[in-house]
Ligand binder design. Structure first.
Ligand SMILES: Nc1ncnc2c1ncn2[C@@H]1O[C@H](COP(=O)(O)OP(=O)(O)OP(=O)(O)O)[C@@H](O)[C@H]1O
Length: 310
């Protein structure tokens, strides 16, 4: 079992504490989404795990050892940090062959990684001619090259077309199902919701959440029910009497915070109230994330002058 572990991990850049006493464990067999506003410290934390910068305090380990202590690190940890990292004058194939040679990875893996990332057809093209999405795929190919047990990917969907986004989602799920440890940072909430089982959320360098995805959503957004009746006023009084605070909309529609459909259906039936629509309104990861990070966003836009005047 190869875990990524951070213990009291801290990184200061002058007066800025980019990562602030963070402790977590990223477990194998699941995809862990790494979330946080711009400047929250996600990339810095990943760089610390990869030994690319030295912590001010605390430790980061992979499989119980610091990254620098892993022989042939690409065989243990595959990382995508900066899709522009490949040398522009090399072909995609040569880029991977060079990495393979440096890490004692069989050369045949280069072809396999190109196949796996959909780049086999452009393997002999120079990287400088690649689009952002193609570079991103090449960065993922480099991460997969050593068949590592641990993958750390910073914004892997960046620049990918819709088909590429579906591909990365399936790839991440498969890598986790194979028992690998997969940590993926993203700003795309619906994307993260589609592949992550677990979440780590950073805000201003601190760990704000370390939780299974469903529990995270449930902890931050109240459940609610959407319903519609031909007699909204009567239904409203019934719900008020039952202790709910329904919010009336148009056409007899209403939203009931803190309710579940399984409870409201029988309540309406007892009163012989005709119900045209009744559904649990499932909270999204985006809502939960925004509720949690509202105070942690360093670069929130100032309210517009117009908004202040209204
Ligand atoms: N090399 C550096 N020198 C000085 N400050 C840095 C350096 N690298 C990062 N920082 C600062 O550390 C903080 C965390 O930055 P980091 O890039 O880790 O955030 P992030 O969560 O990855 O953000 P984003 O989502 O925008 O990529 C920021 O305030 C940033 O300005």
């Amino acid at each position: 079992m190869t875990c990524i572990e951070a213990n009291g991990l801290t990184k200061e850049y002058g007066a800025v504490r980019a990562v602030d006493r963070v402790t977590f464990s990223v477990e194998p067999g699941r995809v862990t989404g790494f979330l946080g506003p711009n400047g929250a410290g996600k990339s810095t934390a990943m760089c610390l795990v990869l030994g690319l910068s030295r912590p001010t305090a605390g430790t980061a380990t992979v499989g119980g050892r610091p990254f620098a202590g892993l022989g042939q690190p690409l065989r243990h940890v595959g990382a995508l940090l900066d899709a522009q990292a490949a040398h522009g004058s090399r072909t995609a194939r040569d880029h991977l062959l060079t990495l393979a040679a440096a890490n004692r990875i069989p050369a045949a893996r280069a072809g396999e990684a190109l196949e796996e990332t959909g780049l086999a057809g452009v393997a002999r093209r120079r990287v400088r001619t690649f689009s952002l999405g193609m570079r991103q795929r090449l960065g993922i190919a480099a991460a997969l090259l050593g068949d590592p047990g641990v993958l750390m990917l910073d914004e892997p969907s960046n620049g990918l077309d819709p088909e590429g986004i579906i591909w990365i989602r399936e790839l991440l799920r498969r890598l986790a199902a194979e028992g690998r440890t997969v940590l993926v940072s993203s700003h795309l909430m619906s994307e993260t919701a589609s592949y992550a089982d677990h979440l780590l959320v950073l805000g201003k360098g601190r760990l704000l959440a370390d939780s299974p995805m469903r529990a995270f959503i449930d902890a931050h957004v109240q459940p609610r029910v959407r319903l519609r009746s031909t007699e909204p006023e009567r239904l409203r009084s019934v719900l008020l009497r039952a202790g709910y605070e329904p919010e009336l909309g148009e056409d007899g529609r209403m939203t009931v915070p803190g309710a579940r459909a399984a409870r409201l259906g029988p309540l309406a039936a007892e009163e012989n109230l005709p119900v045209l629509e009744l559904a649990n309104d499932e909270a999204t990861l985006e809502e939960a994330y925004l509720a949690l990070t509202a105070d942690e966003t360093q670069f929130a836009a100032a309210p517009s002058v117009l908004a202040q005047e209204v």
